[in-house]
Design a protein around this ligand. Structure first.
Ligand code: AN7
Length: 363
């Protein structure tokens, strides 16, 4: 690498706030610095005066927020001499682990639930060259096995129980505060293992404590609202769920790994957990695509579904500044997207009049 190489990703940007040294060579793919997009049409549709933003994490290098944690976790794994990483995953972690392992020249082993990960995630993980072990069980079975096997094999776990993952993911909160010049009033997130809500809360708290006394950035922190799918909602039920089910396969998780941390974020921020039926989540995914041109995967839409629901009920008051994290790109799960669309492609002969008719019939 040339010594004058340019800024690449979030380790270069936030090195002093991450557990890496000046000399750590970042394993990076240019992650972070994702767009914070203000919704223009949906507030009018719901007839609410709000500042509603989405943090579009689907534009990270492998299409999800996992890359923020993975750049730090893999950088540290390589620094500590590890030759292989291991994770259980509902899809996005496996894609990210596979990519960063490829970048670092080490091996990735991933355990995924057989037949229950979205096609785009499987395609990525395969092409990046990870060893894929399909478990005849769900994510929670895979996670239990990862913990058991890690004690007996020379591999580094890169699930969010690896604290470096949380460290990397907290940088999304830094970016939001820097861009808005303040913390939002409410931050809405989909919750699976609850690593991300843990990471955002850590990021906001660190930012608040570091910026005290400085102008421009206030030391307020947002209320954290976590949203789950009704069939996989341990935080709403208040107990683990043994057979989680949801079309939002990314958050098809019944035994969250960051259970205590997430409850602390909820309590300290004055936040809450809620859940929605799959149909509601998919409706909001489509609404966002059709009205704002933003394509997220189903799990990600849970954050916006939550914000809209809580605005309607008044739990989130009008006039609030709200950020919803869109955790993954819609391209991850083409099957679910296509299934939802009643407007199918029109097939015509390759003739001018046929195309003209197809247009005029539908104007
Ligand atoms: C798109 O990839 O757990 O609450 O193994 O892919 O931090 O678990 C994915 C989780 C939300 C939930 N949105 O985040 C995995 C995995 C998307 C996700 C979550 C995931 P956490």
């Amino acid at each position: 690498m040339p010594s004058n190489h340019r800024y690449t990703g979030l380790i270069d940007r936030y090195r002093s706030r991450l557990p890496v040294s000046e000399s750590s060579r970042a394993v990076s793919l240019g992650e972070g610095n994702t767009p914070l997009i203000r919704l223009q049409n949906i507030p009018a549709i719901i007839q609410k005066e709000v500042d509603l933003y989405v943090k579009y994490e689907g534009l990270n290098p492998t299409g999800s927020f996992k890359d923020r944690g993975m750049t730090v976790a893999v950088t540290k794994a390589v620094e500590e001499g590890s030759r292989a990483i291991l994770c259980a995953s509902t899809g996005n972690t496996s894609a990210s682990a596979a990519a960063y392992a490829a970048r670092a020249g080490i091996k990735a082993f991933v355990l995924i639930p057989d037949g229950k990960i979205a096609l785009g995630k499987l395609a990525q993980t395969m092409l990046y060259g990870a060893v894929i072990i399909q478990i005849k069980g769900n994510f929670d079975d895979g996670m239990r096995l990862v913990k058991e096997v890690a004690g007996q094999a020379p591999v580094t776990i890169v699930n969010s129980i690896n604290p470096y993952r949380i460290e990397g993911q907290k940088t999304a909160a830094f970016e939001i505060v820097e861009e808005l010049g303040r913390a939002p009033d409410f931050h809405c997130l989909p919750v699976g293992n609850a690593g991300n809500i843990t990471a955002y809360w850590k990021g906001y708290c660190e930012y608040a404590s570091q910026s005290r006394g400085l102008p421009a950035i206030t030391d307020t922190r947002p209320v954290m609202a976590g949203y789950q799918a009704a069939g996989a909602a341990p935080f709403v039920k208040g107990e683990m769920v043994d057979h989680p089910e949801t079309v939002a396969t990314a958050i098809r998780i019944g035994h969250p790994q960051s259970w205590d941390h997430a409850w602390r974020a909820q309590k300290e921020s004055g936040g809450w957990f809620e859940c929605f039926e799959d149909a509601e989540i998919l409706k909001v995914q489509k609404m966002l695509a059709e009205n704002e041109g933003i394509f997220c995967e189903p799990a990600s839409a849970a954050s916006l579904a939550g914000a809209l629901h809580d605005l309607a009920s008044g739990k989130i008051p009008e006039g609030s500044l709200i950020v919803c994290t869109l955790t993954g790109n819609g391209l991850k799960d083409p099957d679910t997207a296509i299934q939802q669309c009643s407007l199918k492609p029109v097939t015509v002969e390759p003739k001018l009049d046929a195309v003209k008719r197809a247009i005029s019939d539908r104007l």
